[in-house]
Ligand binder design. Sequence first.
Ligand SMILES: *Cc1c(COP(=O)(O)O)cnc(C)c1O
Length: 387
Amino acid sequence: MSARRDHLETLAIHAGQPPDPATGAVMTPIYQTSTFVQRGVGDHLGYEYARTGNPTRAALETCLAALEGAAHGLAFASGMAAIDTLLKLLDPGDHVLAGNDVYGGTFRLFDKQYRKYGVEFSFAELTDPAAVRAALRPNTRWLWLETPTNPRLKVADLAALAQAAHAHHPALKVVVDNTFATPYLQQPLALGCDVVVHSTTKYLGGHSDVVGGAVLTSDAALYERLKVLQNAAGAVPGPLDCFLVLRGIKTLPVRMERHGANALLVAQFLADHPQVREVIYPGLDSHPQHAVAQRQMRNGGGMISFYLNGGSAYDLVKHTRLFALAESLGGVESLIEVPAAMTHGSTHGSPLEVDAGLIRVSVGLEHPDDLVADLAQALARLAHAPR
Ligand SMILES: *Cc1c(COP(=O)(O)O)cnc(C)c1O
């Protein structure tokens, strides 16, 4: 009998979350406990101490693994805790080749912490598979990719890069930070990549009320090492946080459809506006990797970056009413920020430095006409502001 697999919409609601066997509760209980009773030494129901394992966390780990098509999942206290735990697998002398646009916190952890432990990092143009191939070294252990990238929204051809990396060395792992796309829009493991990492703080949680992270993989050996580290280093999420992410995930597919539809309308408005010099959105034909995005993603996602045609980015972000000036992304409400001064300050003076004029928006689920009107009035005020 061939096993029929449920669709992602169904997995988002049910994977890892059968009704509670003890009570019949339909929603996964928040197991707010630090420890679990044992009848005799080692004789227990599968849980001993909540750093090692907690049933609410286990439900989230199973659900996230199902969404990414992974055999194994691990949840962490933040996206950075997930990334830090992965980096702890490396030895001095190992090399990580990363795409040349990454979240500022990821760059900071590479550059300020793991470099001093003797791990080598370099960066390659992730939109050019030949450039990535040429930058691989004999000691390269991982190829580290975001796509779309934060904040320039570059799109990497995951299938082509995974093939190039594995041809270079079969043991080379391709790690993808899938935070911007989510498993609804894009599935890196199905494209040949080895590990997916998430900041569940963003679209997976989806409501700007929780910080969390996750690592998903089908590589059993890697999973076993990570599970030991998850327990040994202990950057685990609490049960309430796991519950909030589980609740957010149930609506991920409908939210991502609307985020993508709203963002396309906002991107088209910006692209036609005389005071906007350049719009970067993977769903627009004008995006340099639009064809790859169309092949690899269900829609262009909810994030847009753009440059003004004169006028100050700092002035624009002061004048929006609905787009709140704040770090983070992926919530139901729209946000706006200036990455060079906010999320990506750590790249200042590095080869990854973000242009001070770049503005990044996270398009929320408000009515798109209201969002467009808000940006229109903010751009109009900019026109009349003294230069
Ligand atoms: C926010 C973010 C992170 C870090 O996640 P936290 O939950 O804030 O620790 C990592 N990668 C990307 C792409 C992000 O946007």
